[in-house]
Write a protein that binds this ligand. Structure first.
Ligand code: NCD
Length: 320
């Protein structure tokens, strides 16, 4: 932390320590993070004590959009590693008085924090903050753009269940257009060599989404869940993002056309893991009986993997 004002016009960044997107992350780096997160899993869930490698460090959680899992997960991850964490939300901060995201972040940085975790409704907002502060910035979800730590935890939960993800067929079903989870997961899976099938109503699947594929894997688009459900290795259900206006076009028959109902679950190959990033809208994209299935629902395992993934990302950002 510098105590002297920097020269105006110079853009700041922490190359190699920010964690802003999965797009562009080399496969080797993604695998290294997954291996590290997997090794940290027993400490993440409290079975063993983690080494306090971040003792004396301070992490700021700037959450300008609502969150349950991600915010608490970063908080627990930081605490498990011995760091202190401060939480700031839109209400209760000067964001409600019109202070910009960048000004807020720069003021928090001036207090000497070691890393800033940002959640914002602005697509590209985390990268914007990263250009204006010196400390590492971690994207905890920026609008419709990316949610890179979610992709890490999704890939980890899948890898634990399926082994090497090369060649695996993973369906991502729902509101693809508005979902940063879908974008980040797709980038991660394609980088790891999986074949992603995105499934949703035409209005909620962007035209050209398959062109995101820049790895050994592939992306295909389907508007018919029943035609693909028997031929996949994993299925990830997504919430329709009402807060991003996706709800306007949601048909009352969404559950019957795209929901993972008990009847559809029975068409999955036995043992196919069922993922959902949460929050779950029960009875819309997934039925209770499917979400709570002890054998194949990995929804809570994803949450456990999330703490481990965020520990790995915090160590990459700060511990050097
Ligand atoms: C997701 C998000 O906020 O992007 N939730 C999460 O972080 N686990 C998905 C969602 O809100 O539907």
């Amino acid at each position: 932390m510098r105590l002297i004002q920097r020269t105006n016009g110079t853009e700041l960044s922490s190359p190699g320590r920010d964690f802003l997107a999965i797009e562009g992350l080399p496969a080797s780096e993604l695998r290294r993070l997954l291996d590290h997160a997997e090794a940290l899993l027993p400490a993440a869930v409290g079975d063993v004590r983690a080494e306090a490698r971040l003792a004396g460090r301070v992490v700021a959680n700037l959450f300008f959009e609502d969150s349950t899992r991600t915010r608490v997960s970063f908080e627990i991850a930081a605490k498990r590693l011995g760091a202190d964490i401060v939480n700031l939300g839109a209400s209760g901060s000067s964001a409600s008085k019109g202070e910009t995201l960048v000004d807020t972040a720069r003021n928090i940085e001036a207090m000497g924090v070691d890393a800033i975790v940002v959640r914002t409704a602005i697509s590209g907002g985390a990268a914007l903050v990263a250009r204006h502060v010196e400390c590492p910035v971690i994207n905890a979800g920026d609008g419709r753009h990316e949610h890179p730590t979610q992709a890490l935890l999704d890939a980890l939960a899948l890898r634990i269940r399926l082994g090497d993800l090369t060649g695996k067929r993973v369906a991502i079903v729902g509101d693809i257009a508005n979902s940063r989870v879908a974008r980040s997961a797709t980038h991660a899976l394609v980088t790891l060599g999986s074949h992603v099938v995105v499934v949703g109503p035409p209005a909620l699947v962007p035209v050209g989404f398959e062109e995101l594929a820049t790895g050994p894997g592939s992306i295909t688009i389907s508007h018919d869940i029943d035609s693909i459900i028997g031929d996949i290795d994993a299925i990830m259900m997504l919430r329709v993002q009402m807060e991003r206006a996706a709800g306007n076009g949601i048909a009352p028959d969404y559950r019957s056309t795209y929901g993972l109902t008990a009847v559809r679950r029975n068409k999955l190959r036995p043992g196919t893991p069922i993922l959902h990033p949460g929050p779950v809208n029960r009875g819309v994209e997934i039925d209770d009986i499917v979400a709570d299935d002890n054998r194949d629902s990995v929804i809570l395992a994803q949450v456990s993997c999330g703490v481990a993934a965020r520990m790995a990302v915090l160590l990459r950002a700060i511990d050097r």
